[in-house]
Design a binder for this molecule. Structure first.
Ligand code: AMO
Length: 436
């Protein structure tokens, strides 16, 4: 008999079928037992008499009849909640060993280290698996929005001859007889693609040897980037807000039931995203809280939270764009503001209290770039391929980058970014804790 997918059973009431999937939630009521079976299309309640003992998460094949459930037993939460499978026989294809914790609840009640130490099991919990359905929708929303801006998708290397974002947070790797670096961001390559396609987007892994453990930083993360040629600063702000809003709206529309299940508020993106310079934001924070960070060279995490509260209160917006960070605090390729070079034509997008994006107008003049690289104590020789692109018709350009795990974390109100990464890497962990 051919396998039927669970979703297809809705049209097969009264028919005998063979289903295949994994066992969840076994309930024994004397002679009668129930279990849920799930495959890639849905979940089916199975019921039968004198069934063999089934362990949670075993892979099985089940033969039986699709019946309508009695009215009182209908489960409105399930797409297949009106039917059930009357089991005739079960064949265990791959038995699951006894699980190290209780898996049968609506929510896994585990500490983060356990959640990660048993990742291949915990990812199979429906609530956790749904985090990555949301993540898939984030990428899809981003792709659609970027395409509609006329960007071409490109795929760039993650091994590089130079480090992009400066600072010490770079992983050096042995590369045959030489040294190389893992990219801290796809920055240099996306810029090199401007003269090729004018507008590009990409989804790339990025690596940072973050020296501390925080709830918002990973050593390996996924960035979603756009880079656009022939643009002015305001056009870049329009573009990033467009992509940000479209992405979030796409998730809101396509992940409704997951967001409800997580009990998170609906995403609020108004017509326009409020825009402030960093100094204006600090002033507002000072006026609202009395905390004076107006001389600080950056927004601190608590400032980001407070300015997002302001955006929600005053503009009913979950997003706020902050511009003009100090030039010294940004990467070398950032263009200083010609009107006040101490500050730069840079921006961050904050979403519900956390930075989910940053970017800038770039320095697109070859000689200026060489000078900045030298001024920052770096060797232009290490940027030879990058600089080559600037010698032959690089237009004014700029772009931005979203952190995929950050957005996912913020949409679902997860407490730690590690929950938004399938197999998170940090200072203390590659799959398992490093010092074990
Ligand atoms: P930035 O360093 O701000 O900018 O990174 C862009 C976005 O990526 C996310 N992000 C991270 N997420 C998890 N763990 C990390 N360690 C981490 N670091 C960054 C954040 C951040 O907003 N090249 C520039 C972008 C540009 O100018 O286009 C860059 O990488 O959400």
């Amino acid at each position: 008999m051919q396998r039927t997918l669970i979703k297809e059973t809705l049209e097969k009431v009264g028919e005998k079928v063979k289903l295949a999937g994994w066992v969840e939630r076994v309930r024994d009521h004397g002679k009668i037992s129930f279990f849920d079976l799930h495959d890639c299309t849905g979940t089916m309640q199975c019921v039968g008499e004198n069934l063999p003992k089934l362990s949670m998460l075993s892979a099985v094949e089940v033969l039986g009849m699709i019946n309508k459930r009695p009215e009182k037993m209908v489960n409105p939460k399930l797409e297949t909640g009106k039917v059930e499978l009357s089991v005739e026989s079960v064949m265990v294809i791959a038995k699951a060993e006894e699980l190290p914790f209780d898996f049968g609840k609506d929510e896994l009640d585990l500490q983060l280290p356990t959640l990660l130490d048993f990742r291949t099991i915990t990812l199979r919990h429906p609530k956790i698996a749904n985090i990555f359905k949301v993540q898939e929708a984030v990428i899809e929303g981003f792709r659609r929005a970027s395409k509609s801006l006329g960007c071409t998708e490109v795929f760039v290397p993650t091994i590089s001859a130079s480090s992009t974002e400066g600072g010490a947070e770079v992983f050096k790797v042995k590369y045959y007889e030489s040294d190389a670096f893992l990219i801290q961001s796809p920055q240099l390559y996306k810029q090199m693609m401007i003269p090729v396609y004018e507008r590009v987007y990409l989804v790339s892994h990025a690596y940072r040897s973050e020296p501390s453990v925080t709830t918002r930083h990973l050593s390996e993360s996924i960035q979603m980037d756009c880079e656009l040629g022939f643009v002015k600063f305001e056009e870049l702000l329009d573009a990033l807000e467009f992509v940000g809003k479209e992405t979030l709206e796409y998730v809101g529309k396509n992940c409704k039931s997951i967001l409800e299940d997580y009990g998170v508020p609906e995403i609020q993106v108004g017509k326009t995203v409020p825009r402030l310079t960093m100094r204006e934001a600090q002033k507002i924070i000072f006026d609202r809280t009395g905390v004076d960070h107006t001389k600080e060279p950056d927004l601190m995490p608590e400032d980001e939270r407070e300015i997002c509260r302001w955006a929600a209160d005053v503009h009913k917006s979950d997003l706020v764009t902050i511009t003009h960070y100090p030039t010294k605090k940004r990467a070398f390729y950032t263009m200083p503001d010609p009107k006040d070079p101490e500050y730069s034509l840079s921006y961050d997008l904050l979403f519900r209290g956390v930075e989910i994006l940053s970017g800038s107008q770039r320095i697109s003049d070859y000689h200026e770039l060489v000078k900045v690289i030298k001024d920052r104590g770096m060797n232009p020789e290490n940027f030879k391929m990058y600089l080559q692109a600037f010698k032959y018709g690089m237009p004014p350009e700029g772009g931005f980058s979203f952190g995929l795990e950050r957005i996912t974390m913020q949409i679902l109100d997860l407490k730690n970014i590690r929950e938004a990464s399938l197999f998170p890497r940090d200072m203390e962990r590659i799959d398992f804790r490093l010092n074990q």
